[in-house]
Design a protein around this ligand. Structure first.
Ligand SMILES: Nc1ncnc2c1ncn2[C@@H]1O[C@H](COP(=O)(O)OP(=O)(O)OP(=O)(O)O)[C@@H](O)[C@H]1O
Length: 340
């Protein structure tokens, strides 16, 4: 690290008997987009609420530009812009009125606030909506207004909690583009997400957290390269009986290029294989299964993804971790709906 703007060291926090943060340590470089990735309930919101001085850790260190967030919360708060997951907007106010109110809360001088508001409305392409009541806004427009509000006082670090959750694809891309522009203009951005592709597309560095601990840290490429090998996903049937999956596993394990096989019960007992890079693995897998009289429903090879990083670190995919955390909520369906 050359020039860290945020230093978080050994953060711990309990809510009663729940250990929300067991040990969170990471640093954010000035001017980068930093991604905090983890399933629901892993501690992302608690971490950034502590950073933004909205919650106190039980122990640990938080510094922004060398200033302790615990000793000087006001100074730190001025350097941060926080955009929460759900912002309760006053539906009767127009977007412009809401920004004016927010500017007052930040004690911005009237003239400077007016210029800044116009600048942000233009930057976020919000001019045509600025005099409409926020109650009429779509999710994407509302999120752009939240971003404008978080940037009014020109913070050094913009902190965004799940900025694209629930947005359609087009609105997500607008937010992504805007964050890239912000970075180009020198603002540091901390973004939490449970969308792997979002972190992969945006983040310079990523910390993956799970159950209140950082389990992996690096650039997305470093994390993926560190894993090595290619990934093969195989389904014998759409939903294979476990004995069939076990049989496939035992015949495929004999192939010299196969490094590891995991059966994934939550994906219809699909087989996740790690194979040596460059091996002509798919045709050899097909041959081997044919000789063992096993059918193939689907077979695909890919480079490691951040999901593979998560799987390697925790033994389950991010989606499975979310399903476990959410109990009966149908997250797969929700995610599909959000992506469509
Ligand atoms: N106010 C609270 N009281 C009790 N437990 C809490 C409170 N806030 C969070 N928790 C618990 O602390 C853990 C971490 O929650 P946190 O909200 O930080 O996770 P998260 O990764 O941000 O998840 P999400 O994306 O769902 O917000 C979870 O087990 C959660 O249930």
């Amino acid at each position: 690290m050359n020039n860290p703007i945020v230093v978080i060291d050994s953060l711990k926090k309990n809510y009663g008997t729940v250990e929300a943060l067991k040990n969170i340590t990471f640093t954010i470089e000035t001017g980068e987009i930093f991604g905090l990735l983890g399933p629901n309930g892993s501690g992302k919101t608690t971490t950034i609420r502590c950073l933004c001085t909205l919650g106190k850790p039980d122990s640990g260190k938080i510094e922004v530009k060398g200033v302790s967030a615990l000793d000087k919360p006001k100074t730190v708060r001025n350097r941060l812009g926080y955009v929460a997951q759900e912002v309760a907007l006053d539906k009767m106010l127009t977007g412009r009125e809401l920004l004016e109110l927010q500017a007052d809360l930040y004690h911005l001088p009237k003239k400077a606030a007016k210029t800044r508001i116009e600048q942000l409305l233009s930057l976020l392409d919000l001019e045509e909506y600025s005099d409409r009541k926020t109650g009429t806004y779509s999710g994407g427009i509302r999120k752009r207004l939240d971003l404008a509000a978080g940037l009014l006082h020109q913070p050094d670090v913009l902190v965004l909690d799940e900025p694209t959750v629930g947005l359609d694809i087009e609105s997500r891309f607008i937010v992504w583009d805007f964050l890239k522009q912000l970075k180009a203009a020198g603002t540091t951005v901390l973004i939490t997400s449970h969308y792997l592709e979002e972190i992969d597309a945006l983040a310079d560095h990523v910390a993956i957290i799970d159950k209140g601990e950082v389990i992996a840290y690096g650039t997305p490429s470093q994390l993926k390269d560190r894993l090595g090998g290619d990934r093969v996903t195989l389904r014998i049937e759409e939903f294979s009986p476990i004995n069939q999956a076990e049989k496939a596993k035992s015949v495929l394990e004999t192939l010299p290029f196969v490094e590891e096989i995991i059966i994934n019960p939550s994906q219809g007992n699909s087989l996740n294989l790690i194979v040596s890079t460059g091996s002509n693995s798919l045709s050899k897998i097909e041959q081997t299964l044919e000789q063992a009289n096993l059918p193939i429903f689907s077979l695909a090879q890919s480079r490691p993804s951040l999901d593979d990083v998560y799987l390697a670190a925790t033994g389950q995919t991010l989606m499975d971790a979310e399903l476990a955390a959410a109990g009966s909520r149908d997250l797969k369906k929700e995610k599909k709906q959000q992506m469509s």
